[in-house]
Design a protein around this ligand. Structure first.
Ligand code: ZN
Length: 178
């Protein structure tokens, strides 16, 4: 019985894995880790020069002109179905209707596709010491290892907003400060 369950879960994982690769036009060519420090995390000032929260708002507005920011960095958040504990919000929420296409705000390589439950996914895109994560999406158009350019559509809004978080050198970074 246990053995059977294990087989089922292996096949299920394979199936989910294949779903992620389905429709991926860019061949897998490895994850770009050039420039990633192996010496550990640092709190030194990040070297982001390619724009911030307003530039991303403009990108979202190309797909839905009334996109608004409904959540900001370090807003306090109560417990919710997505959150076991109350705490700070480490990103920005951009509100637009379900089905609105979500662009990448920063270029990089897709390193993670995470299932958040409730039919919603998050995608992580990394370049050097910078990682951006886009959450609450469905209809993903990416696969692991794919190179993404700024403005490229990566998925669609699942419910009513996309949550965008950034880490630099391993720490959450307020990209609205710029
Ligand atoms: Zn959020």
């Amino acid at each position: 019985m246990i053995k059977n369950n294990r087989f089922i879960s292996i096949y299920l994982s394979l199936f989910i894995y294949m779903l992620f690769f389905y429709g991926c036009e860019t061949p897998f060519d490895g994850i770009d880790t050039s420039g990633v420090s192996k010496s550990g995390k640092s709190k030194t000032a990040p070297d982001i020069t390619d724009g911030g929260v307003n530039r991303y708002l403009n990108l979202m507005s190309l797909n839905y002109s009334d996109t608004v920011i409904t959540g900001k960095f370090h807003d306090w958040r109560p417990e919710s179905k997505y959150r076991l504990k109350a705490g700070y919000h480490n990103g920005y929420d951009f509100a637009a209707p379900a089905g609105t296409e979500v662009p990448a705000g920063w270029e990089g390589t897709v390193t993670d596709i995470i299932y958040w439950g409730y039919g919603e996914f998050a995608v992580k895109i990394k370049k050097n010491k910078q990682m951006t994560q886009y959450g609450h999406m469905n209809n993903l158009r990416v696969c692991i290892g794919q190179k993404i350019t700024t403005g490229q559509i990566i998925g669609k809004i699942a419910v009513d907003h996309v949550d965008v978080k950034m880490k630099v050198n391993g720490y959450y970074y307020d990209f609205g400060k710029q």
